[in-house]
Design a binder for this molecule. Structure first.
Ligand code: PXP
Length: 250
């Protein structure tokens, strides 16, 4: 299982003062030198955290260091003010992986996977266009069989399982957790059968990664919020090392 670190929250902190502190590039370099497998950004049209320029800069840094850059976003986000629009960003950044998320403008964070059938024909033409860029495509989905089959029908290379409900269940009772783990196991098995890779993300933390690993083989986890909050406790370097260790532990 690989670790892609989502750096949005560093950008959020930087933007709160209008300067370049903390520097996204500095923390990207630190994470890279500590051994992460990839970096992720999810620029929103309002540029409240990562900006379009950040995506271009971090993408070229990743290319320079031979590391994967994962660009997340709503494929239908149009150019607005300084935001380039998601497709234009894909064209310019040439990410290694594009993860499509159905988030609306102003939404606090992604809180659901892609509903099968949502803007079907537009999604198909978007996939056809980005396939020409030779990057991996991944669809952010809820942990259900219908969604994984939809991702396969739409020719995605991977799915990213939305792990918000799983993380919530870890904090609740054992029954809820069992139900969520069973769903994730089923989705992983179906994805493998269909030849899709499996990513997972949202609300993952040092407290729940081990349980997630027990659900089956996952190619990559993308983690942002918990890494940044843990950094307040342990420091950035020690936190990244903790995550790498738990993720690589057999
Ligand atoms: N995956 C997707 C599609 C996301 O939108 C996010 C949040 O930007 C994450 C993973 C990371 O979630 P978290 O910040 O809770 O680790």
């Amino acid at each position: 299982m690989n670790l892609s670190v989502n750096l949005n929250k560093i950008a959020l902190l930087r933007n709160s003062r209008g300067s370049n502190t903390p520097s996204l590039e500095a923390y990207a370099n630190k994470a890279i030198s500590l051994g992460v497998d990839g970096l992720t950004l999810h620029p929103r049209p309002d540029h409240r955290h990562a900006t379009s320029n950040d995506a271009l800069n971090i993408s070229s840094l990743c290319k320079e260091k031979s590391l994967e850059f994962n660009l997340e976003g709503n494929p239908f986000s149009q150019p607005k003010n300084e935001f380039l629009g998601f497709y234009e960003l894909c064209l310019q950044a040439k990410p290694d992986q594009i993860t499509l998320v159905p988030d609306g403008e102003g939404q606090l964070t992604s809180d659901s996977g892609w509903e099968p059938g949502f803007q079907d024909s537009e999604l198909k033409s978007f996939i056809a266009k980005v396939n020409e860029l030779n990057c991996r495509t991944s669809l952010f989905i809820n942990a259900d069989i219908h969604s994984v089959e939809y991702a396969s029908d739409m020719n995605f290379d991977r799915i990213e399982i939305y792990t918000g409900p799983f993380a919530q269940a870890c904090l609740l009772d054992k029954n809820e957790l069992q139900i969520n783990c069973d769903k994730i196991k089923e989705v992983i098995n179906r994805a493998q059968h269909l030849g899709l890779g499996v990513n997972a993300g949202h609300d993952l933390s040092l407290d729940n990664i081990q349980l997630l690993k027990e659900c089956g083989l996952i190619d990559e986890v993308s983690i942002g919020h918990a890494i940044m909050t843990d950094s307040l406790k342990y420091g950035f370097d020690a936190t990244i090392i903790k995550y790498i260790n738990i993720i690589r532990e057999k």
